[in-house]
Structures are given as C-alpha cells and as structure tokens.
Design a protein around this ligand. Structure first.
Ligand SMILES: [Zn+2]
Ligand SMILES: [Zn+2]
Length: 200
C-alpha cells in the first residue's frame, strides 16, 4: 500500500515538474495568500487561548475529537492518545502547527532542524520547543520505506519524541506514526525537486 502511495507521489511530482513557470507563479500566489489568511486566523484564536483547528480551549481535552492541540498536554492527555492525533492529521500538518506555537513564544529561536538535504540516512529530524515542552520528529530512510514486518512499522512512518520539563514523556521508539497520503505526495515532490537541482 505504501509502495502504491509512493508511486502516486512520484507521478504527482512529475506532473508538478512539467508545469510552466506561469502556472507555478499562480499556484504560489494562491498558496501564499491562503497561508497568510490561515496564520491570521491562528493568531486570533491563539490570543483567545483557543485552538486554531477545533476552536476549543487549548487547555481542553475531549477524547471524541482528536486534535493537534493535545500535544500542548491538556489535562487528561495520555501518551497513547498520540495515535489518534496521527490518524487524523498528517506529519506536515502536525509539524506546521507546532512551529506556529513555537514562533509565538520566540520567533525563529525555538526550532532546530538538523536535517541537511541529502546528508546521512535521515529524511528529516526536527526539534520544536514551546514553553516547558519539546517535540522532536525523526524519520530515517528506512522508516520511510518501512523497516519491519509488524503491522505499524512496515508502512511509511516517522517517529516522535516529547519531553516535558526536560523529562521524557514520549520516546522515539514508542510509536510508528503513519504518514498521510498528502505527506507522501509532499515528500516525493521534495525528492524529485532536489534530485533535479543536483542534476543541474
Ligand atoms: Zn484543537
Ligand atoms: Zn521506524
């Protein structure tokens, strides 16, 4: 199933690579505008102590409505609730929202991305801090390809770590979190773009 998704991602990347400059400029403009609108909505909710996605209070936790704001560790959140978040939201959605929180506290200082394009065996490795919480994401090439024969780890996945007050709360090896279909399209697009840059 992962293989099929990866192939679909590769086809999508090829489609993108064949767009003309004008089409790309149009797309970028639309993306930029919608990103700006979303960020303004985020700020608005944040200033009221509310979640940009579910509009509930950031301190609230309701098992029936899994949401990324749970990673701020509202009362009631348990580490295995992470699976419900990852089933409902993709890697890039989760990471983008956490970056927004980090930047609200201190712009540019709270995010540490260790990955350099094409280096080592990691596709990405990012640490994001907000208040007393530190979130880290890690994905090696073998995680992306699926590395074991168990149900969760054989599909494209990433690993997640969460520290609270500098103490481990969720460890990288606790879970294999699935990439969404959009994540895989996105990753395949990044791959084909960086491959083309290298060819030039
Ligand atoms: Zn929420
Ligand atoms: Zn893994």
């Amino acid at each position: 199933m992962s293989d099929e998704l990866r192939r679909k991602g590769q086809r999508f990347a090829k489609f993108l690579s064949e767009l003309t400059g004008e089409q790309i400029a149009e797309g970028n403009k639309a993306n930029f505008e919608s990103a700006q609108n979303q960020f303004e909505r985020f700020k608005n909710d944040y200033n009221q102590g509310r979640c940009y996605l579910c509009h509930k209070e950031l301190k609230s936790f309701s098992k029936r409505t899994p949401c990324i704001h749970w990673l701020l560790k509202p009362k009631g959140f348990k580490k295995k609730d992470l699976l419900a978040i990852a089933d409902n939201y993709g890697y890039f959605q989760i990471q983008s929202l956490l970056r927004w929180y980090a930047n609200e506290e201190s712009f540019g200082k709270n995010i540490n991305s260790l990955k350099e394009e094409g280096s080592g065996n990691k596709l990405f490795e990012v640490t994001i801090k907000y208040k007393n919480i530190e979130w880290s994401f890690s994905c090696a090439k073998s995680d992306y390809m699926g590395h074991e024969k168990s149900q969760h780890s054989k599909h494209a996945h990433y690993h997640f770590q969460m520290r609270v007050d500098n103490r481990p709360y969720i460890n990288f090896n606790d879970f294999h979190l699935p990439f969404s279909e959009m994540d895989i399209l996105h990753i395949e697009t990044m791959h084909s773009q960086s491959a083309r840059v290298k060819q030039r």
